[in-house]
Write a protein that binds this ligand. Structure first.
Ligand SMILES: Cc1ncc(COP(=O)(O)O)c(C=O)c1O
Length: 406
């Protein structure tokens, strides 16, 4: 019998969010223990229902989604996406520049496969949502991490980005608002990153999936708005988070910039898009309605809205915590919390998360899952109801009290 091995290229690929800690949590649940699983940003699993705008569009149009559709996506959906980004300030975008994908996840995989050659470097933030690092690696590329600075509300360090550009650098990624930090970047910093990319002929990837989930009156500006007309910017976005429909797998890529410059990239993506025929057609029927329904995400993040109240509960619990602190998120529904170990040497953040899971039955993801080097951070997912998430923060703080004094 031969022993099958995974492909070499996968050796550094980690799907930690559904990895060892998650598997242990499932095992504990199977044994009858109740675990609060805070590993994924999946609103539907915490009782967030889809908006009526989406439900109605699906019910009344379902028959139209039976056949395969255009490999780039249904025209009326791409037109709606195009309008959305044009209104957001992205220039020179037509429906032909839009690819609808099975979530942003599939889009990123298509993008990196279509564009990256072995050894190409891509600048990614640290901490970073792992999809991007994994896709770069699978395409044979090399993720090079630039620092986001906790002291500066987790804004990227432009100096660090510049210092890491080499002759092999092909692209720079901005995730704004950010997962795992919840940061909404300063416009000046985004402008500076765009300038650096333009000076060095880099393609810009801008993951904006949390752009409609903002707090405290903050306003989002799409990276593409700051780019020159000819600069190639690949903006990724979707409905998973803004409209709580992760399971429907609905995302897209909008590729703006000079026609000639982006032609090869679009051609590569087209090859992959045609190979997989089309993305889930039924959800595309709801894109125009969803993009005209900004009331849904807005209502969640305003005082009285679920996300607002849950974030408030986390802030209140953190204010009382002795060992954990976090920069308040201005977007999305995450905070990247720092643990003060009071001088105790801690070198393994996966271990303290595993110990926390066993002790308090709460599953969180350690910073190293997000390619964050210092082992003293973990991500808080703020999706449970306010009393549950507030209590969870208290329990986590109690755990660290016991851990440090052990
Ligand atoms: C920053 C970021 N990008 C992309 C995704 C993937 O989203 P989708 O459901 O559209 O595949 C996520 C999911 O958590 C995310 O946090």
């Amino acid at each position: 019998m031969i022993t099958l091995k995974e492909a070499e290229i996968l050796k550094d690929v980690h799907s930690d969010i559904r990895g060892e800690l998650f598997i242990e949590a499932l095992k504990m649940e199977k044994e009858g223990q109740k675990v609060l699983k805070l590993n994924t940003g999946n609103p539907g699993s915490f009782g967030f229902g889809m908006p009526d705008s989406i439900k109605n569009a699906l019910v009344s149009n379902i028959d139209k989604s039976v056949p395969y559709c255009d490999y780039r996506g249904m025209l009326q959906a791409r037109e709606a996406i195009c309008r959305f980004h044009n209104e957001g300030g992205i220039k020179k975008l037509t429906p032909d520049d839009i690819f609808i994908t099975n979530g942003v996840s599939e889009g990123v995989s298509m993008l990196t496969t279509a564009f990256i050659n072995p050894g190409d470097e891509v600048l990614l933030p640290t901490p970073c949502y792992p999809l991007w690092s994994n896709c770069v690696k699978i395409a044979g590329g090399v993720p090079v991490y630039y620092k986001c600075d906790e002291e500066k509300d987790w804004n990227p360090s432009v100096g660090d980005i510049e210092s890491k550009i080499t002759s092999k650098t092909k692209a720079v990624l901005i995730i704004n608002p950010n997962n795992p930090t919840g940061a909404l970047y300063s416009e000046d910093i985004v402008k500076e990153i765009v300038e650096v990319a333009e000076k060095n002929n880099l393609v810009i990837f801008s993951d904006e999936i949390y752009d409609r989930l903002l707090y405290d009156g903050k306003v989002f500006t799409s990276t593409g708005k700051f780019a020159k007309e000819d600069t190639v910017v690949v903006t990724t976005n979707g409905l998973s988070k803004s409209h709580s429909v992760c399971g429907f797998r609905c995302g897209w890529m909008a590729i703006s910039g000079n026609e000639k410059a982006k032609a090869g990239l679009i051609n590569g993506i087209m090859k992959i898009a045609t190979m997989r025929l089309c993305s889930n057609a039924i959800m595309q029927l709801a894109i125009p309605e969803a993009l005209s329904d900004m009331e849904y995400p807005h209502s969640l993040t305003q005082p009285g809205g679920r996300l607002y109240q849950q974030r408030k509960a986390v802030k209140e619990a953190l204010a009382k915590a002795k060992h954990i602190s976090a920069v308040t998120n201005m977007g999305a529904f995450y905070m990247f919390a720092k643990v003060d170990f009071k001088g105790k040497e801690v070198t393994d953040d996966r271990k303290f998360c595993m110990d926390l899971l066993h002790s308090k039955k709460i599953l969180v993801m350690p910073g190293s899952c997000f390619n964050y080097e210092t082992p003293d951070h973990f991500r808080i997912v703020m999706l449970p109801e306010e009393d549950i998430i507030g209590e969870a923060i208290e329990k986590i703080d109690d755990f660290f009290d016991e851990y440090i004094n052990k």
